[in-house]
Design a protein around this ligand. Structure first.
Ligand code: PLP
Length: 460
């Protein structure tokens, strides 16, 4: 006689929250955040651009989870592809073998990535992709007879991940330095191409791209023969949706080439349709020597990342020149199958085209909010958009990240049915299958939320 299996936790919200508060250490949160932080909810279902919490409340997923559910929620065919492959062969160790889905995905990526980025190294997420790219760059120089080329140049304000190397090259020192320094040796940071808050107090085009030239100054000062790579997102998402001015990428590409420095383009967020092109690099005909991807590669249905390398990079690894780097989950067969199914949806539903069209609509809607006294700047490309919020137009004074104004705004947006991640730049990065009505609803919710916050805090 079979006995009914008791659920581990009674399926009611209070019991789940209590268990989660006790046993789950939520990333980037204090202990017991599930009990104490109204911002933390339990989501149970998703369809397209909409997610539903355990109380049945629906939200527009304004950030596509954490900038990754590009194909949208509830895609049974991705789940089925994962399940089919897991039931057939979930895993093979790269020390002995590879699998059909890994080969197929690498081949597909070679076709769709910019230029001749034709070889893929698989891993399980963005941080691992960045760690891998750094190691590939350093070994590339070593095998080419330049072992002193180990330094990496990043940009202030950027984010490239949470593991040690990725954190070190990120331009987020103020938030990580107190706890995690000393960082990886040999990392330098340059100014971002952040025209709204230019480090040089210049305006484009009169500035003649001083921010790009500063990177060349750093390379020269350090001695080019000691610099391995520059790492940068084509459009810096975490840096505040910073779209560089025209000419920036051509200049930086030339600088790297002039000094034999590899350019690592980080498309972990930018990639897979987010900006209205398959890869953001395409907006500027940019081809990184190494490109990091993750997130939208599987739209979040499986943890997977890919580092794309060009033939001249791979040439350094011919013969006996092994990559001294191995990740257990790299090339996970079921994850690769999920990514392949995800990319099929991109083709069939023209998600990149929809991102471009909905991006134009979103941009127009957000620009219509410019009369709000706290809206300083609206920017972005495709469905990667940002609204920079300020206390004062002249001084461009920022709001404190955890201050009452942004807290109120974040809560107001969630109450009205929009999930995003509040900061002094309000980011919007919804699933690429979002409908025109949902785009308009996002804008209307932000409009109402801003009106409420500005009235409560005496702006305007
Ligand atoms: C540009 C960029 N690179 C790398 C990462 C790290 O990715 P992951 O969180 O998957 O490790 C992120 C994460 O948001 C990112 O934005």
């Amino acid at each position: 006689m079979s006995e009914a299996v008791e659920p581990v936790i009674p399926p009611n919200e209070n019991a789940l929250k209590a268990a989660g508060a006790e046993h789950l250490f939520i990333h980037a949160s204090p202990y017991r955040a599930l009990a104490n932080d109204s911002d933390k909810r339990i989501l149970v279902e998703g369809r397209g651009a909409i997610v539903t919490d355990i109380e049945g409340k629906e939200y527009i997923d304004g950030l596509a989870g954490l900038w990754l559910v590009n194909a949208g929620h509830g895609r049974k065919e991705i789940a089925d592809a994962f399940a089919r492959q897991a039931a057939t062969l979930a895993y093979a160790s790269s020390t002995q073998a590879t699998t059909i889905p890994a080969i197929e995905l690498a081949t597909r990526l070679a076709e769709i990535t910019p230029g001749d980025q034709t070889t893929a190294f698989f891993c399980s997420g963005g941080s691992e992709a960045v760690e891998s790219a750094i190691k590939i760059a350093r070994q590339f120089h070593y095998f080419n007879g330049e072992p002193k080329r180990s330094k990496i140049i990043g940009r202030r304000g950027s984010y490239h991940g949470a593991t040690y190397g990725a954190m070190s090259v990120s331009g987020t020192r103020p938030s990580s330095e107190p706890y995690h320094s000393p960082f990886m040796h040999g990392v330098l940071h340059a100014s971002p191409p952040y025209c709204y808050r230019c480090d040089f107090r210049q305006s484009y085009p009169a500035c003649d791209l001083l921010c790009a030239d500063q990177i060349e100054q750093i390379i020269n000062y350090e001695n080019p023969k000691t610099v391995a790579a520059v790492i940068a997102e084509p459009i810096s998402a975490s840096g505040g949706i910073v779209v560089p001015p025209d000419g920036y990428w051509t200049r930086l590409r030339e600088i790297c080439d002039r000094h034999g420095v590899l350019l690592i383009t980080d498309e972990v967020i930018n990639g897979f349709g987010r900006t209205g092109r398959m890869f953001a690099s395409e907006h500027w005909d940019l081809v990184g020597d190494i490109m990091t991807t993750a997130k939208g590669l599987s739209s979040g249905y499986a943890p997977i990342g890919a580092v794309m390398c060009r033939p001249h990079v791979m040439a350094a690894f011919e013969g006996e020149n092994k990559l001294a780097h191995l990740l257990t989950f790299g090339g996970h067969a079921a994850a690769c199958a999920a990514a392949l199914a995800n990319l099929e949806i991109f083709d069939r539903e023209d998600l990149v085209g929809n991102a471009q069209r909905m991006g134009v609509r979103l941009r127009k809607g957000l620009e219509g909010l410019s009369s709000h006294p706290c809206v300083g700047d609206v920017r972005g490309l495709g469905l990667l958009a940002g609204v920079e919020l300020i206390k004062d137009r002249d001084s461009k004074e920022k709001f404190a990240e955890d201050g009452p104004e942004l807290t109120m705004l974040g809560e107001g947006l969630a109450q009205r049915g929009l999930l995003t991640r509040m900061g002094s730049v309000l980011p919007l990065s919804p699933p690429l299958c979002i409908t025109p009505e949902q785009v308009d609803r996002m804008v209307a919710i932000i409009d109402d939320g801003l009106t409420e916050m500005e009235a409560a805090h005496g702006f305007g």
